[in-house]
Ligand binder design. Structure first.
Ligand SMILES: Cc1ncc(COP(=O)(O)O)c(C=O)c1O
Length: 381
């Protein structure tokens, strides 16, 4: 282990934890220094919203903190069901359920829907939770080139009649690139080949689509995507994951999704906080508009300075550097200038594509965004 750990470190890949304090809004304090936080997924600025916090506290007073058991035993409480109902309504789905995390929801849903004799078709840049779910499912895993419906079509064609069920899985918004999956084409392929389509809405919910319903809605295919999985931990500022779909799908998951069945339910207070955040998300579209506008503002400035930022849209902006050590150095220089902009390295991204992953929030002010743009533009590499 020591040898491997040393090699890992030599490649600039070692990670360590940083314990942050959190005064308010989009700032954090680390080792006595106040930093602008450009690394969180709190896109709508709801994680510190007093209404969200108070909703959690009120339910904690009534229900206590822990859920005390897994959902099918005695862990599923009224706040969980209220949240599931609210999410189903928001997603315009027949039903929804809530998992302990987005990771658990994705991993557990893939593994519950596909098994031996089935095939999972997975975008090359999918999040680890989809990759791990596919591995756990005991099905044949086919990785298709990133956002390439033609390549996927060829795989589906070659596999005709070889499998019992076929499941196409994709991030809706790719978390390290800020780009949308070609969901219209994927929905067409699912129809054409009789496959199921699962979309991870982790970074779509709250930000994309006319009502913030996510990437599927932004691409006009929400009604054609039978399995929509999301998280409560990003735009909803809380923790937990959810799946929305048909009653048949949700009943299936309640009976077959192992992270749902064999893990203690979320604290009821966490579910209540997420439910409050969902209400705010729906009532305050300005949050979505603001975060999108701030993202665009930063993108324009970074592009003008010659930085490579890919084809991102929305709040996620990758600043592509390539080398892992150089990316770490840049992140550290920015930190010294008062900005937390995390360095993302393999295995989170492919070798040679290390980057800063900047994310903006409705809680940022435009001045901080401009200062960050200047700092990123001035620093090397
Ligand atoms: C694309 C994507 N899917 C799923 C997840 C998992 O969500 P959670 O953090 O709620 O477990 C994440 C979060 O890190 C993510 O970026």
């Amino acid at each position: 282990m020591d040898d491997e750990a040393a090699a890992w470190s030599d490649r600039g890949l070692k990670r360590s934890l940083r314990a942050l304090e959190r005064p308010e809004g989009a700032q954090v304090v680390h080792e006595g220094e106040t930093l602008h936080n450009f690394g969180s997924n709190d896109y709508l600025g709801l994680a510190c919203d007093p209404r969200v916090v108070e909703a959690g506290i009120a339910v904690a007073r009534q229900y206590g903190w822990g859920a005390t058991a897994s959902p099918l035993v005695v862990g599923w409480h009224r706040p969980h069901q209220d949240l599931a109902d609210a999410l189903a309504r928001f997603e315009r789905a027949k039903a929804a359920i809530v998992f302990p995390s987005g990771y658990a929801a994705l991993c557990g849903t893939v593994a519950a829907l596909a098994g031996s004799g089935d095939a999972v078709y997975s975008d090359q840049l999918n999040h680890a939770s989809l990759i791990d779910g596919a591995r756990l499912s005991h099905s044949q895993v086919r990785v298709y080139p990133h956002a390439d419906p033609a390549a996927l079509a060829a795989m589906l064609e070659a596999d005709r009649r070889r499998f019992r069920r076929r499941l196409i899985v994709t991030d809706g918004v790719f978390s390290m690139d800020g780009t949308l999956a070609p969901l219209g084409e994927l929905a067409d392929l699912a129809d054409r080949f009789g496959a199921m389509l699962l979309v991870d809405e982790a970074h779509g919910t709250g930000v994309y689509g006319p009502d913030g319903r996510g990437a599927c809605s932004a691409c006009g295919v929400a009604e054609r995507v039978p399995v929509r999985v999301g998280t409560l931990s990003k735009s909803l500022g809380s923790a937990g994951g959810f799946v929305a779909g048909s009653r048949r799908l949700i009943d299936w998951l309640i009976n077959h999704a192992r992270p749902f069945i064999f893990s203690t339910a979320l604290p009821p207070a966490v579910a209540a906080a997420a439910g409050e955040a969902l209400k705010i998300l729906e009532a305050q579209p300005w949050r979505r508009e603001r975060v999108v506008a701030l993202g665009e503002r930063l993108r324009v400035k970074l592009r003008a300075s010659g930085r490579q930022i890919g084809r991102s849209g929305g709040p996620i902006i990758p600043v592509l550097i390539g080398d892992a050590a150089a990316t770490l150095t840049l992140a550290e220089r920015l930190r010294q200038r008062g900005f937390l902009a995390p360095a993302i390295r393999p295995p989170s991204v492919p070798e040679g594509t290390s980057r800063l992953r900047i994310s903006v929030s409705a809680a940022h002010d435009a001045a901080a965004v401009d200062q960050l743009a200047d700092a990123v533009s001035e620093e090397q590499p």
